[in-house]
Design a protein around this ligand. Structure first.
Ligand code: NAD
Length: 522
C-alpha cells in the first residue's frame, strides 16, 4: 500500500516543513511525498504518466505523482460499481449521513495540515486555505450529511380505486467528477458531499496541477467508514478525464472547469446519453450605482477581484461604476488594492499568494500588456515584479493587484476570462444601459450590484442574466444556496437542496389496487 498524507497515515514522516524552510529559493527535484490513486479503499501507485505537484510560490516539488492508465480508470469504475451496491442500495440515508458527519469531524481534526498542503499545492495563502478551503467545505459536508436521509423521501400520489403511484428519488449509481485546480480540496469535498448524500459512488479526477488533497480526502472518507469503492480518485490529465466521461458504466458526470473544456465534456458524454452538471467560466459584472456607499463597494470589488489572487470563477472582473462617482471610486479602489499584502503564502499576514504556475501567470501578464496596448488606463499593479517579495519566492508566479480604468466594452480586458488579479473599471450613466452592457457576454455565472435603493436593486437583479446575483455584497456562499451558471457558464446546480435533484433521478411506481385490473380487453 502506498503512503501519502500525514493526516491519512499518522505513521508517515512529517510533511510539515517549518515556515521559511525555503529560505534559499530551491529548484530541488527532491520531492516530499509520493501520491498515487485511490481505488477500493486503498492508495496505489499508478502506471500511467508520472508528474509532480510543484509549489508555485517557491518551485519546490511537493509530491511525485503517478498518473493512471485507462485500464486503471476502468478498475476504479468497477470498484465504484461494487461500492454503490452497498452505499446506494444497502445503506439507509441515515447511515450515509452518519458516515459523512464522521468524515467532517476527521477533516476538522486535520484542518491545519490540509490547509498547509493546499497552500503548497495551489499557491493560495494560508489565511484563505484554512477558512475558505477547509472550514467552508466542512460546513457544506455537514449540510449534506443532514440531507442524506431526507433527499430520498418520495411522494405518494393517490389514483382511482385506491390505486396509487409512488414517485421516489434514486441515485444514479457510479458518477464521475472532473474538477479544476483553483479550490481543489473544497471542490473535491463539496462535489463528493452532494454525490454521496445522494447515494452515488464516485470516481473523481482532480486537476493534475493540484493532485494532493483529494487523495487525502479519500483516506479520511475511508477512516470515517465509507465502504470500499464508494470514493475513488484517479490522477492525470485530459486522457484520464475523457476515459471517465466516455465510460458506459459511469452514469453521470459532474464537471467544474473552463467553458471550452466543458463543451468537450458535453460532447464526450453524448454517445452514452450521460447527464452532466457543468460549472464553467465567467466574466461577471459588478455594478456600482451613484447612491452606493463607496467604501463597502470598493471592499467588495477588492474581494471580487483579488481574493485567491483572482483565481475564482464568479469574480466580478467587469466593475461598472456610475459616471458621477467614477473618479472617487477609482482612487479609493487603487488605495485599498495597493495596501494588500502580496507575499509568502505560508505567512499568515499574506493576503495574495502565488498564481497556480508560471504558465498561467504569463497568460495573466499577457492580458495586462494587451490591456495597455488597447488603451486602457493602468492605475495600479501591472506586469512588474513585486516590491519586497521575499528572496526565497519565485517572482514569476506573483502578480500585484492590477486595476485598469477607462476600459471599453469589447476590448480583451472586458471580454476574456483572465482568472488572475486583474480588475477592469468601466463607466456608465443609465440603469438600462448598464444592464444591457452587463448582459452582453456569453457567460452568465454571477453578477453583483451596489445601491441603497432596494427597488432599483430588485429591478436590476431581475434583469441580470446570471445564476447568482449579490446585492450590496460579493462572493459570499452558503451551502444551502444553489450555485450555477446561465448561458455558457453551465447548467445544473451545486449547493442547496436543489443540487441533490441533479445527482438523483425520479422513479415512478404505479401500484394497482383494482382486483379487476388486467382483465380489461385490449
Ligand atoms: P480546465 O477546464 O482546463 O480543467 C478542468 C478539469 O478538466 C481538469 O481536471 C482537467 O484535467 C480536465 N480536462 C481538461 N481537458 C480535458 C479533456 N479534454 N477531457 C477531459 N478532461 C479534461 O479548467 P482549469 O484551468 O482547471 O480551471 C479554471 C477554469 O475553471 C476557469 O475557467 C474557471 O472559471 C472554471 N471554474 C469554474 C467554477 C464554477 O463553479 N463555475 C469553479 C472553479 C473554476
Amino acid at each position: 500500500m502506498m503512503r501519502t498524507c500525514k493526516y491519512v497515515d499518522r505513521s508517515l514522516r512529517s510533511l510539515s516543513l517549518p515556515l521559511g524552510s525555503t529560505a534559499t529559493r530551491s529548484f530541488s527535484s527532491k520531492s516530499q511525498m509520493k501520491v498515487g490513486y485511490y481505488c477500493h479503499g486503498e492508495e496505489k501507485t499508478g502506471s500511467g504518466k508520472q508528474f509532480q505537484s510543484i509549489n508555485p510560490a517557491n518551485d519546490e516539488v511537493v509530491a511525485d505523482v503517478s498518473g493512471n492508465t485507462i485500464e486503471e480508470v476502468d478498475q476504479c469504475i468497477q470498484s465504484a460499481k461494487e461500492g454503490f451496491e452497498i452505499w446506494g442500495k444497502q445503506m439507509t440515508g441515515i447511515e450515509r449521513g452518519r458516515i459523512l458527519n464522521r468524515a467532517a469531524d476527521l477533516i476538522s481534526e486535520n484542518r491545519e495540515e490540509i490547509a498547509l498542503l493546499e497552500t503548497r499545492d495551489s499557491g493560495h495563502c494560508i489565511a484563505e486555505t484554512k477558512p475558505a478551503h477547509v472550514d467552508q467545505a466542512v460546513t457544506t459536508l455537514r449540510y449534506y450529511a443532514s440531507l442524506a436521509a431526507e433527499c430520498m423521501v418520495g411522494k405518494h400520489i393517490p389514483l382511482e380505486n385506491g390505486s396509487y403511484a409512488l414517485s421516489v428519488r434514486e441515485p444514479y449509481g457510479v458518477t464521475g467528477a472532473v474538477v479544476a485546480w483553483n479550490y481543489p480540496f473544497n471542490m473535491a469535498l463539496y462535489k463528493s458531499s452532494i454525490l454521496l448524500a445522494g447515494g452515488n459512488s464516485i470516481v473523481m479526477k482532480p486537476s493534475s496541477k493540484t493532485p494532493i488533497n483529494t487523495i487525502g480526502l479519500a483516506g479520511l472518507f475511508s477512516r470515517a467508514g465509507l465502504p470500499n469503492g464508494v470514493f475513488n480518485v484517479v490522477q492525470g490529465g485530459s486522457d484520464v478525464g475523457s476515459a471517465l466521461c466516455e465510460h458506459a458504466d459511469v452514469q453521470k458526470i459532474s464537471f467544474t472547469g473552463s467553458t471550452p473544456v466543458g463543451e468537450k465534456i458535453l460532447k464526450m458524454c453524448a454517445p452514452t446519453i450521460k447527464p452532466v452538471t457543468l460549472e464553467l467560466g465567467g466574466k461577471s459584472p459588478l455594478i456600482v450605482f451613484e447612491d452606493a456607499d463607496i467604501l463597502p463597494a470598493v471592499k467588495a470589488a477588492l474581494i471580487a477581484n483579488f481574493y485567491s489572487a483572482g483565481e475564482i470563477c464568479t469574480n466580478g472582473t467587469r466593475v461598472f461604476v456610475h459616471d458621477s462617482i467614477y473618479d472617487s471610486f477609482c482612487s479609493e479602489f487603487k488605495l485599498q488594492a495597493e495596501r494588500l499584502k502580496v507575499g509568502c503564502p505560508e505567512d499568515p499576514e499574506t493576503q495574495i499568494g502565488a498564481l497556480i504556475d508560471g504558465g498561467h501567470a504569463d497568460s495573466v501578464r499577457d492580458f495586462i500588456s494587451k490591456g495597455q496596448e488597447e488603451g486602457a488606463n493602468l492605475i495600479c499593479g501591472g506586469v512588474g515584479p513585486i516590491a519586497d517579495l521575499p528572496k526565497h519566492l519565485n517572482p514569476d508566479t506573483f502578480i500585484a493587484p492590477t486595476i485598469f480604468s477607462e476600459v471599453e466594452d469589447n476590448t480583451t480586458l472586458a471580454v476574456e476570462e483572465i482568472f488572475g488579479p486583474v480588475a477592469s473599471v468601466l463607466r456608465f450613466k443609465e440603469t438600462d444601459e448598464v444592464i444591457q452592457r452587463a448582459n452582453a457576454t456569453p457567460f452568465g455565472l454571477a453578477a453583483g450590484l451596489f445601491s441603497r435603493d432596494l427597488k432599483r436593486a430588485n429591478y436590476v437583479a431581475s434583469k441580470l442574466e446570471a445564476g447568482i446575483v449579490w446585492v450590496n455584497t460579493y462572493n459570499i456562499y452558503s451551502p444551502n444556496v444553489p450555485v450555477g451558471g446561465f448561458k455558457q457558464s453551465g447548467f445544473g446546480r451545486e449547493f442547496g437542496a436543489e443540487a441533490l435533484d441533479h445527482c438523483t433521478h425520479t422513479k415512478s411506481i404505479y401500484m394497482e389496487m383494482n382486483p379487476d385490473a388486467g382483465n380489461t380487453d385490449f
